[in-house]
Design a protein around this ligand. Structure first.
Ligand code: NAP
Length: 257
């Protein structure tokens, strides 16, 4: 009997080629899960980032890559069929794919608003909707959504992003209620600043903003994708069985002020 925390489980992680999703997929694989890596790209966004496939190979995990855009309902259904065909079902859905543009509301082009809502909120809804049938027959059904600290509080210059992530936080609570009787845990993660491609440009170029963020984050560093993956592992594991409808902050105390 394996002592790995996700032995025998099947996980589908969206946006798993880069950043936080890459770290979650690798961690789940290391803990014994078979992983469907679902992304619109294969290679990670940052040059110095390790390929998720190399990481999964290194721990001997079973995995499949599916090219999947979370805005495309048919592609989501195909990806879930891959999980069924290759690994016999689905136990854990991680709705991680997300995009971020900075703008105040009066300067936000409606195309930008629609794109953020399509990926960050509609994508979470669609993948959850179609995964629920498989999760209901799993003995370990889990949905883990990537919200944000900006899904708990407002943030400057981020109108559409805050709207989308606020929706993710409350959709998490709602789904938790409807599917508790099916013993499906539905939780979210609310990361603070995590060093990924999503913020690489301003971390390298905007010293003032960087100093502001450092000053408002009590823990004396920014987060890493591994910090978020560790929290995701808790939410994916049996240890969190009585935890549902929760939005877990992984923010170095940013929201504790
Ligand atoms: P990231 O480094 O940009 O990686 C996101 C991955 O998702 C990329 O591979 C990206 O591919 C892919 N993706 C984008 N749109 C997609 C779509 N429509 N369908 C499928 N895959 C798609 O982002 P991250 O920083 O790891 O963020 C992961 C999640 O955490 C997001 O939901 C984000 O909002 C949330 N989050 C991040 C932070 C942070 O500080 N990094 C903080 C709070 C919350 P392309 O690059 O080709 O688009």
């Amino acid at each position: 009997m394996s002592d790995k925390r996700l032995a025998g489980r099947v996980a589908l992680v969206t946006g798993a080629s880069s950043g936080i999703g890459n770290a979650i997929a690798a961690k789940f694989g290391a803990e014994g899960a078979s992983v469907v890596v679902a992304d619109i790209r294969r290679e990670p966004k940052l040059e110095d980032e390790q390929s998720v496939f190399d990481r999964l190979d290194a721990v001997g995990a079973d995995y499949e890559f599916v090219e999947m855009d979370v805005t495309d309902e048919d592609a989501i259904i195909d990806a879930l069929e891959t999980a069924q065909a290759e690994f016999g079902g689905l136990d854990i859905l991680v709705n991680n794919a997300g995009i971020y543009f900075q703008n105040q509301a009066h300067e936000t082009p409606i195309d930008e608003y629609d794109a953020i809502m399509d990926v960050n909120l509609r994508g979470v809804f669609l993948a959850s909707k179609h995964a629920l049938e498989s999760l209901k027959v799993s003995d370990h059904g889990k949905i883990i959504n990537l919200s944000s600290i900006y899904g708990l509080v407002g943030g400057p210059n981020s109108a559409a992003y805050c709207a989308s992530k606020g929706g993710v936080s409350n959709l998490t609570r709602q789904l938790a209620l409807d599917y508790a009787s099916d013993e499906i845990n539905v939780n979210a993660l609310a990361p603070g600043i995590i060093e990924t491609a999503q913020n690489a440009e301003w971390r390298e170029t905007d010293e003032e903003l960087l100093a502001d963020w450092q000053a408002s984050t009590p823990w004396p560093r920014f987060g890493t994708p591994e910090d978020v993956a560790d929290a995701a592992l808790f939410l994916a594991s049996d240890e969190s069985e009585f935890v549902t409808g929760h939005v877990l902050r992984v923010d170095g105390g940013w929201t504790a002020w």
